[in-house]
Structure formats: C-alpha cells, structure tokens
Ligand binder design. Sequence first.
Ligand code: F6P
Length: 369
Amino acid sequence: MAHKILVATGGGDCPGLNAVIRGIVKRASLEKEEWKIYGCIESFNGILKDDVEIVELTEEMVSGLHVKGGTIIKTTNKGGPFHFPVRRQDGSWEMEDRSTLMKRRFENMGFDAVINIGGDGSQRISLQLLNIGIPVVGVPKTIDNDLSSTDFTFGFQTAVQIATEAFDKLVTTAESHNRVFIMEVMGRDAGWIALHTAIAGGADVCIIPEIPYNPEVVAKKIETRYKDGKGFCNIVIAEGAKRVGGDVVGHAPTAVGDRHIKLGGVGDVLKQELVDLGVGHDIRVTVLGHLQRGGTPVAYDRILATEFGVKAFELVKEKKYGNLVVYRHPEISYVPLEEAVKEPHLVRYDDYLVHTAKGIGMVFGDESI
Ligand code: F6P
C-alpha cells in the first residue's frame, strides 16, 4: 500500500511555498516504494470542513512550480483545527475545536504524516497536532524572517528585493522633488525586511519594531540632510514600529477567525508627527503592503524552498516527526518543534547589521538629540 503525506500551507502566503510543494513531490517520486502526496486546501480547512477538500499532487501538477508565487493549495491565516469558525443559527460565529475530527479523518484516510508549511502560528498548530498524536513535520515560511531556529526563511529575500527595488524608485523621485519619502514595509514584530532594505537601498532613517523611535530625532536627521545640501531624505519604517512609549498602529481584525491586529498606517503617523514638529518639507508616504509577498520568488528563495521540501520528505520517510526543517549554515537540518516556536527571531540592538547601518550614518530614531 502506498504511503501518504498530507501537505498544508498556512498563514500569509509567501514566495517559495510552491517550490517547497514541488520539492516534496519530486523527492517522493524517486522512492522505490510508492508515496502519494496530497494537498489540504486552504491550510487545514480542507480536512476540517464538512465537505473535505484534499487533492492529490502529481508530478505533472508540480512541474515548473518553483517559479510561481503564492500557493496552489491555498492558505489562510484564520481559524485552524483548534479554533475552527462555525456559524450559529442566529448568524453569529463560534470557534469549535475540530482537532479530534481532524485526527479521525487523517487516520481513516490512511495518511502517514502531515507536512505543515507555515510561520510561527502555523508551527504552534503543528506542535498541538503532534501532541494529540498526529505525526507532523514543519517547514518554516515567512517573509518576516522572524523564526529563531533557522538562519533564513524562504520568501524573505524576495520581500527584501521587492522592497529595495521600490525604495530605489522612491530615491530618484525624492531627489528630483526635494522631498521626504517614508516607505512602510511589512514586519509585524521583526524589523528584518526594513533593516535589510534600508542598508541595500541606502536609507537615511530606518525605524523597526525592536527600537522605539523618537520623532524629534527623525526630524533632526531630516533637517541635517537639507542643511548639508542633500535636499531630500528617505526613510524606511516597518509596519510594527512604535514611538517611544507608544503603541503599534493598526485596526482590529474584521474577518471571522482572525485574531491578529491588522497593522498599517505607522508611516502616516510618523508623517503627522514630523509635520507637528515643524518639518516643512513635502513629505510623502508609500505603503508597500502585500506587494512584498506576491509574485515570483528570487533564485535564493527557490533554492532554499526546494531544499526544505526535499528535507521535509526525508524526515517523514525516516519517521523523524515533531521536527521543523531549518537552515543552519551550511546545513539543512531540523530542530524539535517545541524548541522552534519558543522565541521569535528579532533584531538585537547589538546585531552587526544595526552596527553596520549606524556605521554609515543611518538613524534609528533612538539616538540622542
Ligand atoms: O507574517 C507575514 C506578514 O506579511 C506580516 O508582515 C504582516 O503583518 C502580515 O503577514 C499581514 O498579513 P495579512 O494581511 O495576510 O493578514
């Protein structure tokens, strides 16, 4: 009888998800024994819904898929096996624990294991599934690069590339119009996208969630740029940034089952703070948003995602369940899920990248006035 693996992609989409799926299917097809790979549609909703949605992923289906962005098996960052949204008769919603149903279906369908491709939230679900007796292997994904057990997650380099190209475009228009540009990038808790983009693009100011900013410091840097004759200023800010003593900017989630605050708008808040401080130059804000997650993965992410896919299959084959595939230079390896979800990977103040940025005069908003 064929071995069977159920693959799910969870959380926000991310360039490289399809390359992982392709890696799993291709690697499995090389085995002497028969392995069948199935995609669970829209994360675990496919196995949790009343009408199950699970598709077999054939070699033909994954051919050339490493180049394609998004995920062919869909994803969601709402709900999950332990908080599945169910509509009551009065039209309101309640969260139902459908994990027992999931386990029963998983066993009845004869699956050997689950490969769950997702970020920290998804890997917490992987751990919960493991704890109820479902054999799981996790694969880390997120453009934010905020998982501590792996040097890099796939999708991150693509997001940085997209943000850097956008930044380069804003620099030329800032220079032509003598403007201040604030570019808001993704980065809920971690400022990695902002920091990498700021260094690659040559920003004057970089504001990240880990280092609360003082608007007066930013205003001073802007004035220095104009006094020194540069005549324009470019700022990168992560969506999760907050001013000293302040809070993140966003709004409560509106979608059913979504428990995360929707970040966005900190760039506009900073603009207003600068105006209030008397910065008289023309200040414009650009929010990159989901552009950073869309489209084709860069070569680096295609490679990393393929490595992760191959390794994930091999861990299942070796029955090394309960682990997250990781990249720890120079190896593709694995760590227990429990360890993997313990702490996020945040920018530390003593990180060499912060040191480098400060070394070329970049301001983070925490400097003394
Ligand atoms: O975790 C990745 C991420 O892109 C964050 O940077 C961002 O806050 C979040 O997803 C937004 O997700 P969505 O708009 O899909 O809810």
